[in-house]
Design a binder for this molecule. Sequence first.
Ligand code: PGA
Length: 694
Amino acid sequence: MTKVGRKLCWVGVNASRLLLAATFVFSGMVKVVDPRGTQYKLEDYFLAFGWSGWMPGFLPLWLAVALAVFEFCLGVYLFFGIRRRMTTRLYLLFLGVMTPLTLYLALADPVSDCGCFGDAVTLTNWETFGKNVVLLLLSVVVFRSYRLMSRFVSERNQWTISLYSIVFALVLACYSLYTLPVFDFRPYHIGANLPEGMVVPEGEEEPVYQTTFVLEKDGVRKEFPLEDYPEDTAWHFVDSRTVTVSEGYVPPIHDFSIVTWPEGEDITEAVLADSGYTFLLVSPYLEMADDGDIDRVNELYDYCQAYGYSFYCLTASGDEMISRWQDFAGAEYPFALTDDITLKTMVRSNPGLVLLKGGTVYGKWGCHSFPKVEDLNVPLEESEWGTLRSDSRMMTTLRVVLWFLVPLFVFSLVDRLWIGGKMYKRKKHRDSITNLLNKRKMRKKIVAGNWKMNLNLQEGVALATELKNALAADQPNCEVVICTPFIHLASVAQVLEGSVIGLGAENCADKEKGAYTGEVSAAMVKSTGAQYVILGHSERRAYYGETAEILKEKVNLALANGLKVIFCIGEVLEEREADKQNEVVKAQLAGSLFDLTAEQFSNIVLAYEPVWAIGTGKTATAEQAEEMHAFIRATIAGKFGAEAAENVSILYGGSCKPTNAKEIFAKPDVDGGLIGGAALKCADFKGIIDAWKA
Ligand code: PGA
């Protein structure tokens, strides 16, 4: 797939994921804040399917809460990219079941509004089926390419958010059950004017219904439309059916009526037109009402009597139940009959309380939060209960979103600061070790021989030849260099041609060229075929008075002529005993090398040679060597930067032998050795070279 194709795929999968997530969070949230609404809808379905008989009474509510929490959490998980594989599978499974089910509901039409978005958005059954087909397609897309979904939360943090989402949804559902729905999407919300909700706007057609009666006479059944209802009383009623002939406009409130009990007088208009306060105690079924606060209701009725406010108990229960309630609850308030679905829609509590004034809903209370009469010791006009409470959906939405987001944010922050901090430190530590190992791998490992003033030409050529053969037979694991007296260079260069061994001089002049009898210039060294030159060796410093300034000249000339410099530094015994080794070494470095550019410095190899260890048989311990090498590297880092310090090879020199080389070379800042005495015997030198082998 091309790059553009991959990008498009990524966009497609993530767009599908966000659309699915938003739909599920929304549909889950509208159910979470109104579990009763979903419970009633499920009860409608169970009734239509004929399952109500055997279903335990608590089940619809439990299922409603479970469905609400499931949908909300699934939306959150998909949004954050939590357990992507499992989440997308659940989507596929859920929609794979719901889509055919909604097709059946659309065809059979047992319940007119599916209820998938609660009361917030009302869809017909066919619209719901269409919506589910789209969601099913999107869920196939995210399921097939779940790996392309970016995670908005680390894998480590996902459990916190998963659990928190479940707890949040459960707590909010319980809170909405205990009080009233946090969002009220129904036409009876606080601030709604009921008469206005009943108006059919001008120009809108009212729906037309056709009622047909099934009547029977002499064992014969026949259907009659309402207008042809037979006058012959021999026809007996069997059944009736009402169908919608044309849809028309149905106002939000279309089935609200109050008929007094037992008189049967319709007082709907009177109640709605009353400019005073009216309390409506709403109980769809008194037999199922929560009777925990019935005394408070009675006190409230007394209060209404005292101040002249109307009070009705609206129910859909029958005569017997109303009488029983009167006896049981000591209810003296008047009763009136209203359709049970209307009552369930008005307030999601049984019983619930609605306060009307001039047909407008001023307040609603669930059975656990009825107003206390102690708090109502003044007329309603003067109390906050009688004031129209603002019901800003914007503010409520913001509040609920913040309830969810603020703790989520705090969780993530704590997680990132605390656990993330730990992980970061661990990772940093791991990285630093890996870097060190990588850098060590990058740095050149070198074993260089310094023949000093030993071996005549023939002996030198013989030794070089022997070494060349030995290393040809057994390839070294490091770079090998031999530094010889000037007179050997050209001949040894010929011997070493085609071998892995590099060649270097032990010195060069501090002058470019000219009348300097006995001197050999850097250019001359280079012309022999040599690539290296040792400069600053302690013997040259001590016996030939080579100062830092002279060495600086030599270094510059060597580099200018394309030679690599093995620059020696190291303290004498007195300096070590006076604990001045660091100071001395730093001064040697600064005196001759600190004017170099980083580019020039990249051609320098350093050799730490404690003078007290050279040719004395007294070796520095591996720890002493490492300590000084680390100090040298830090000094270089300070001057030339960390990268130059990591890249420079630092060799150890001074009585290095096959027997101690391995231990010294094992130290992280030791990158090889500069070998004097032991470089004069092929076997010893090879033994040191082999120290780099495992
Ligand atoms: P050594 O010499 O190995 O004989 O101690 C080291 C050197 O001077 O380079």
